[in-house]
Design a protein around this ligand. Structure first.
Ligand code: NAP
Length: 256
């Protein structure tokens, strides 16, 4: 390992070729970290890595489809070979299941008529993908002096916020049996991982980026990717006294 890599933090962001993940990768690179751009499509990952490097950051594309165990294992092997450790993991890759429709407008997710194959696909990526990648990367994270895991959830994952009455800010959200429950599972997993990994000094938190202008909602979101990514970066760079097992947005704690 070169002297430079020995002193530089290494961060892996899944689904970092575009959207909020790309925004987080850019911000972590600007902070001086080596950023591994996880992307299921090698070409899209390389394009993003080239752009981050062109802006002065240190970025490398890593092929990573979070639903493919062999690909996840190979990504961990490559990171081990090149860096021997990992400081930050941001589990950002996600799908809505409804294509480019904001989850609140997704009629095909209504529980009584949802397609089970769609639910399976959403949970495979958004939930099982988080477990698969986290477990593959844990041996590398354990070698970091200050490991941080950030799971990207959503305000729509909050049972408190979504179960409110007609006056609640989420009253207009269409009921969903796919995307929103998958994100609730992500916050639940965050609590369980935090509980297990606290003794090892690994801080694990869930982030709600807000309603961000990306392909996933056909660019109806109101925040920029940089604004949405800010909470991911804050949780990825927590000090030793930082929280673990929490759920946060840019304003503070999000109710469960
Ligand atoms: P996006 O622009 O559609 O980006 C999603 C990223 O995930 C893309 O890089 C995509 O890769 C990747 N991805 C999808 N399936 C994957 C797989 N199986 N393996 C690896 N990568 C995969 O969406 P976004 O809005 O930035 O969303 C990022 C995260 O924020 C998601 O977890 C989403 O649920 C969450 N979120 C978004 C909002 C919002 O308002 N946008 C709000 C709350 C939470 P491809 O380019 O190959 O498709």
């Amino acid at each position: 390992m070169s002297e430079q890599t020995a002193h530089r933090k290494v961060a892996l962001v899944t689904g970092a070729n575009k959207g909020i993940g790309r925004g987080a990768a850019e911000q972590l690179a600007a902070l001086g970290m080596t950023v591994l751009i996880g992307a299921r499509d090698a070409r899209r990952g390389e394009e993003a890595a080239v752009a981050v490097r062109a802006a002065g950051g240190d970025a490398i594309a890593v092929t990573l489809d979070v639903t493919d165990p062999a690909v996840v294992r190979e990504a961990a092997r490559q990171i081990e070979e090149r860096f021997s450790h990992l400081d930050v993991l941001i589990n950002n890759a996600g799908i809505t299941g409804s294509g480019p429709v904001a989850p609140q407008d997704a009629h095909d997710q209504v529980p009584s008529s949802v397609d089970l194959d769609m639910v399976r696909a959403v949970f495979e990526t958004n939930v099982l993908g988080v477990i698969a990648v986290t477990n593959a990367m844990l041996p590398l994270l354990r070698r970091s002096p200050a490991p941080r895991i950030v799971n990207v959830s959503s305000h729509g994952a909050s049972l408190t916020m979504t179960s409110g009455g007609p006056d609640s800010p989420f009253a207009a959200l269409l009921p969903s049996a796919a995307y929103l429950p998958s994100k609730t599972a992500v916050t639940a997993l965050t609590v369980q991982y935090a509980k297990e990994l606290h003794k090892d000094g690994i801080l694990v938190n869930a982030a709600a980026p807000g309603f961000v202008d990306t392909d996933s909602n056909d660019h109806t979101g109101v925040l920029t990717v940089a604004q949405g990514a800010a909470v991911l970066v804050r949780l990825a760079t927590l000090g030793a006294d930082g929280p673990t097992g929490g759920f946060f947005d840019e304003q503070g704690s999000v109710p469960w």
